[in-house]
Design a protein around this ligand. Structure first.
Ligand SMILES: [Zn+2]
Length: 186
């Protein structure tokens, strides 16, 4: 039995997520999540994606949709939940990579730390660390769950990176390595 990882591309459907410097979050999330899912499958993990297109599985209404993401992961029996997002701030200078978990000290923390370590070393992003957040997908999932904010669309330099196919591929590889360093597929 391979380790089961649920890969959640944040937003989608009529919800674009953050928009900054002409870049739309939901598409960045989908590209990185889809590449991450492919790497995980090739590595021997069992993988389910919430959406493999801009709309697949996405429900109307933010709260219903977030609950649906957690419900699907719970019903599938995921061992880990990884949600991919990109950030935005009123301050255009804000930058860097951060991970969120439901509570500091929970079972998701070492996975989050492993991903942060891999990501900032490979992509050269500022290390914004691991934080607790009362996000629905973190609260409602029954397995260790991490939500990653890859960078800030509101930052002109990071928006260029986030929109770059090569950077997106490197981001997926870095997240994959962070997962693999923490939990092997078998
Ligand atoms: Zn988001």
């Amino acid at each position: 039995m391979a380790v089961k990882i649920f890969v959640d591309a944040g937003h989608g459907g009529t919800d674009p997520g953050a928009v900054g410097n002409g870049v739309i979050e939901q598409y960045v999330n989908l590209s990185v999540a889809t590449q991450l899912a492919a790497l995980l499958e090739a590595g021997g993990y069992e993988v389910k994606q919430y959406r493999t297109t801009t709309t697949e599985n996405v429900l109307p209404g933010k709260s219903a949709d977030l609950t649906n993401r957690a419900r699907m992961a719970n019903e599938w029996g995921a061992d880990y939940f990884v949600s991919i997002h990109t950030n935005s701030s009123p301050n255009p200078a804000a930058n860097g990579f951060e991970a969120y978990i439901y509570r500091l000290g929970n079972k998701a923390q070492p996975l989050a730390e492993s991903i942060v370590k891999s990501f900032v070393s490979r992509l050269g992003s500022k290390d914004n660390g691991v934080h607790a957040a009362n996000f629905a997908v973190l609260r409602q999932t029954r397995m260790p769950a991490v939500l990653l904010e890859l960078g800030y669309l509101s930052n002109p330099t990071e928006a260029l990176n986030l929109n770059s196919p090569a950077w997106q591929t490197a981001a997926a590889e870095a997240i994959y390595a962070g997962i693999y360093n923490y939990v092997k597929p078998y």
